[in-house]
Design a protein around this ligand. Structure first.
Ligand code: OFO
Length: 204
């Protein structure tokens, strides 16, 4: 196999039994690895939301739990998008073990802070794949990853909104009534935040 310094795999033609075999992998080995680990990171994000959702439910916050479970589902969809992309580019998908959430939240404020932290960590990871695609001049992957860049703006906004809501409810000092109202509200909150790109002066 011919691998360039930047990891890009060149077309390989080998003759075996008189048959020419062409390498159809359209992403480099290093890009394949980076995408695969981003795919696992999305699955890990789902795992974290599932753990927090179960925690919220067992602490009596069914609305928040419902919201977190729906979000876990969204993270699995992100995982699937990357999985499909690797295959579409002739790469190899490796399904790895998904680590458990490191720690469970101690209260709602802590839960939403952890959600925010998780999202900003994931943004960093998305950016590093984008950076790699730029370095390799892999414009297909660069273009594909722009969906995730945009998505992370929404996800971070959603997490910031959660923190605002808990702050308005009283933060660490929030009463049971305020937390109950917050729980009811999150039951109905859409799991997609509106992005700046969709805003107009009539519908800010
Ligand atoms: Fe996959 O967007 Fe959150 O982490």
């Amino acid at each position: 196999m011919l691998v360039a310094a930047n990891g890009m795999v060149f077309i390989l033609i080998s003759k075996r039994n008189g048959m020419a075999k062409i390498n159809t992998q359209r992403i480099s080995v290093t890009m394949n690895t980076a995408l695969n680990s981003q795919m696992t990171k999305e699955a890990h994000a789902a795992q974290i939301y599932l753990a927090y959702g179960a925690w919220a439910n067992s602490n009596g916050y069914e609305g928040i739990s419902n919201f977190l479970f729906r979000h876990a589902h969204e993270e699995r969809n992100h995982m699937m998008k990357i999985l499909e992309y690797i295959l579409d580019r002739g790469g190899k998908v490796t399904i790895e073990a998904i680590p458990a959430a490191e720690k469970l939240p101690k209260d709602i404020q802590d839960c939403f802070e952890k959600v925010f932290q998780q999202e900003t960590d994931n943004t960093k990871s998305v950016y590093s794949v984008v950076k790699k695609s730029l370095e390799e001049e892999d414009w297909a992957t660069w273009n594909f990853m722009q969906w995730f860049v945009k998505e992370q703006i929404e996800e971070e906004k959603l997490a910031m909104n959660l923190l605002d809501k808990v702050k308005i409810a009283g933060g660490d000092e929030a009463s049971d009534e305020a937390l109950y109202a917050l729980d009811r509200q999150l039951e109905r909150t859409p799991d997609e935040a509106k992005s700046a790109e969709d805003a107009t002066t009539e519908h800010p």
